[in-house]
Design a protein around this ligand. Sequence first.
Ligand SMILES: Nc1ncnc2c1ncn2[C@@H]1O[C@H](COP(=O)(O)OP(=O)(O)O)[C@@H](O)[C@H]1O
Ligand SMILES: Cc1ncsc1CCOP(=O)(O)O
Ligand SMILES: [Mg+2]
Length: 272
Amino acid sequence: MKQETWSRIAAVRHQSPLVHSITNYVVMNNTANALLAAGASPIMAHAHSEMEDMVAIIGALVVNIGTLDEYWVKSMELAIAQATALGKPWVLDPVGAGATPYRNEVLNKLITDYKPSVIRGNASEIMALASMQGQTKGVDSTNAAEEAMEAARHLQQATGAVVCISGATDYIVGNDKLVALHNGHPLMSRVTGMGCTATALIGAFCAAHPTELFEATVAAMALMGVAGEIAAEQAMGPGTMQLHFLDALYILQPEDFIQRLQITQQQDAFSV
Ligand SMILES: Nc1ncnc2c1ncn2[C@@H]1O[C@H](COP(=O)(O)OP(=O)(O)O)[C@@H](O)[C@H]1O
Ligand SMILES: Cc1ncsc1CCOP(=O)(O)O
Ligand SMILES: [Mg+2]
């Protein structure tokens, strides 16, 4: 399992897949640099006139609603429609789900009209998305991790997407599959765009493994966690954390990765 996960990281380095992100202003630079450091190739574009042509040449599409507006939402729909028509994976980052009615309306439409291949969000975003898809049970519980797990299960079933809840432990939920990753460091949440970076890397891994989206998502999140942990050992605070994180993505070797990776899996997501 650990060796197989490393082989997916090596495949991204080897293939250097082109990842198209329609993402927010805050994280464009972080995520483009992280994709490059992991061996992938980033492109960011949102002009309506080039969406179809752009999606025709990419390996995967990442849609991040962080700083959405009406023009960009149309860009997202054009790009997603083309990705769907061409059978290319697209990954959704529902930044701020639940924060405003507009955000919720857009997310609900994207999820309902165009099924994402993978959804990655933090616990509260996954819970907000699940409630939009008809889940009403459990959303007010004080146990965030458990609640988000129920929500992720619901969301996975409602959409067919692989669902990743990120946090101190990352959970990846597929159809009857569940993996938990226990790497990472609290300092990661002190750097903006770490979640968006995780989603961008999932895009790269899905591009390199388009028929194994669950495993691709696990590998991307495993890389995030291990690189985050290594970076935190070197960092003095959030500023140097950002720099060391990029370096860790770039220099990571299989021995260190396999030694550090903390992964647990259950075949049946419904037994947790
Ligand atoms: N307390 C923590 N301990 C370990 N890793 C963390 C912690 N908080 C966040 N991470 C990691 O940081 C990355 C971003 O996750 P998260 O903070 O949940 O996303 P977002 O920025 O979208 O809220 C993930 O790779 C996650 O594993
Ligand atoms: C602060 C902020 N505001 C709109 S998008 C964004 C970045 C969010 O990035 P992440 O969820 O990865 O921390
Ligand atoms: Mg986020």
